[in-house]
Design a protein around this ligand. Structure first.
Ligand code: ADP
Ligand code: MG
Length: 307
């Protein structure tokens, strides 16, 4: 099967959305930008052996390639519209592509995301997805918008994916799901948008990602370690390990947001959210952690780094 047959068979679907005037099949897709909203766009690449173990099931790779991108849109407070898929494959392996497409489209269907184009080439296994969505400018959650006195809250659970990586074959299906089938928190992002100030999705470990907000906003933070929302199986680990997994593990795709204390009360009660308050934004820069004894100390924002 050549690349054109692969595209035709597995990736060409008639576009359903009214904003998509032309999808897969021409030299380029044609999109009508949403009226009164901004286009929000981002891209993420997954490299075999780096972002997922080589033995990962094709359907899981397809799901995750889209999930990590949708998670970025969630952190902006955008509603997803469509995506582009760039695939580099060692060979035209139909069973891989079939599995990949099934995982990819099952997540796309959950969020009404249209695949409008892409590219398919031969090379080391590598998947790059670009997603775009829409949001009103006033509702965007930017990294530079945290203010001293803001409450820091997390939606989602931390450490599960890192525990799965650590446990390998011994990992439970629950933590393996965290690693292979992350759920992008799109609905939560939309509920938080317009109220939360700054937001980021936790992909490289909470400490590192929160630090991106702190640096962009020119503020600091005081983090209450006992309040970290840990995955239940992470809670069962030794305390030191549990905190390491939650703070520096990565692949969580939780949302970390900052918001006014007044707004916190209201969002805390919202039935569509299960926010955990984990600390507050401070005027003095740097990340300070407080443990269960009340002892305070600086926290290194180490997370996953490629270079
Ligand atoms: P071109 O040579 O003009 O770049 P291609 O042969 O690369 O065209 O692609 C043909 C069509 O198939 C284009 O519309 C492109 O967007 C789409 N396409 C290619 N690969 C993919 C893919 N992996 N997923 C979705 N659409 C794809
Ligand atoms: Mg091309």
């Amino acid at each position: 099967m050549n690349e054109f047959e692969l595209i035709e068979r597995y990736f060409r679907r008639p576009p359903q959305a009214d904003w998509c005037l032309l999808g897969v099949g021409d030299d380029a897709a044609v999109i009508r930008p949403p009226h009164g909203e901004e286009l929000v766009i981002c891209s993420d690449t997954l490299v075999a052996g780096r972002h997922f173990p080589e033995a990962t099931a094709p359907a899981d790779i397809g799901w995750k390639a889209l999930a990590v991108n949708l998670s970025d849109l969630a952190a902006m407070g955008a509603r997803p519209l469509g995506c582009l898929l760039n695939l580099s494959l060692p060979e035209a392996d139909e069973s891989f592509v079939e599995g990949f497409a099934s995982g990819f489209f099952s997540l796309a269907a959950k969020h009404g995301v249209e695949l409008v184009g892409g590219d398919t080439t031969r090379g080391p296994l590598c998947i790059s997805v670009t997603v775009f969505g829409a949001a009103k400018a006033s509702r965007l959650m930017r990294r530079d918008a945290a203010r001293p006195g803001d409450i820091i809250a997390v939606e989602g659970r931390l450490g599960g994916a890192a525990l799965a990586l650590r446990q390998g074959d011994q990992a439970s299906s629950s933590v393996r799901d965290c690693l292979n089938r992350p759920r992008p928190l799109i609905e939560a992002g939309l509920l938080l948008a317009g109220t939360a100030h700054a937001a980021i999705d936790v992909s490289d470990g909470l400490a590192a990602d929160l630090n991106h907000i702190l640096v962009a906003s020119g503020v600091g933070a005081r983090l209450e370690l006992p309040q970290l929302p840990l995955h239940p199986e992470v809670v069962a680990q030794d305390l030191e390990l549990a905190r390491q997994l939650a703070l520096a593990g990565g692949d969580d795709y939780a949302l970390c947001v900052t918001l006014d204390a007044d707004d916190w009360e209201e969002l805390d009660r919202h039935p569509g959210l299960s926010l955990r308050r984990i600390g507050e934004i401070t005027e003095s820069p740097g990340l300070v952690a407080v443990d269960e004894t009340g002892a305070e100390g600086p926290l290194e924002p180490a997370g996953f780094r490629h270079f």
